[in-house]
Design a protein around this ligand. Structure first.
Ligand SMILES: *Cc1c(COP(=O)(O)O)cnc(C)c1O
Length: 216
């Protein structure tokens, strides 16, 4: 689908759910996509992109950022603490803050660097063993620790619903957790469920295959 088409669908979903027009950010998830497809979206004027891996992002984005200024790059995938320093040089927003050790290492590196990305805390709403994220029952404490102990700018919560479940239950849970912690942004909704996610209050949809086509 073209970026124009995706933007139209987002606009319609905003209108349908009485959301302010333009209140939902589109993160174009460019992981494992050929450069030509990414450049097409850049040439259409889009500047917000998401990647899953630090190493892969380094292979394409430093040079793309030179050609297309004002790109905002979002890290969506799980992160090892030994990649934190590198990630800070490339990413503007991190959606996968998912454990205390990572918060601590980010905090230390941000102090040295003097600048910080915005953070979403990833919540494992389905409490799946193989999936990273803070369990729902531990979210309030983790948000508090990130704010008070680690001084991280937490802007919202992020989730990836389990594959075979109705995603709306997970969207509703994430919204509830965000509201009671005074967090305004919700990173939820992917290619198959972003319209529903917007209805449930998503502010940041992460769309890959629907925009770029199937990944290699
Ligand atoms: C790959 C990925 C996406 C995009 O998935 P699509 O189904 O291709 O839209 C969104 N969020 C995360 C965390 C991802 O890993």
């Amino acid at each position: 689908m073209s970026i124009k088409n995706i933007r139209n669908q987002i606009r319609l979903a905003e209108l349908d759910s009485s959301r302010v027009e333009g209140s939902v950010n589109l993160i174009a998830v460019s992981k494992l996509q050929p450069l030509a497809r990414i450049e097409k979206v850049l040439l259409a004027g889009h500047r917000v992109f998401g990647e899953n891996r630090v190493q892969e992002a380094y292979q394409k984005w430093p040079s793309l950022k030179e050609t297309y200024p004002n790109v905002s790059l979002h890290l969506l995938g799980p992160l090892q603490t030994n990649k934190v320093k590198e990630s800070l040089k490339l990413f503007d927003v991190v959606h996968s803050l998912d454990r205390e050790k990572l918060a601590r290492v980010f905090s230390e590196n941000i102090q040295q660097l003097g600048q910080s990305p915005d953070f979403f805390i990833q919540v494992n709403t389905g409490e799946e063993e193989q999936k990273s994220g803070i369990p729902p029952s531990a979210v309030d404490k983790f948000v508090g620790d990130c704010r008070e102990t680690y001084n991280l700018p937490i802007v919202g919560l992020m989730c990836i619903p389990p594959i075979n479940e109705e995603p709306s239950l997970h969207f509703a849970l994430l919204k509830k957790l965000a509201e009671r912690n005074g967090l305004k942004r919700l990173s939820m909704g992917m290619s198959s469920d972003f319209v529903s996610a917007i209805t449930f209050g998503s502010t940041d949809v992460r769309i890959g295959s629907a925009l770029f086509g199937k990944r290699s």
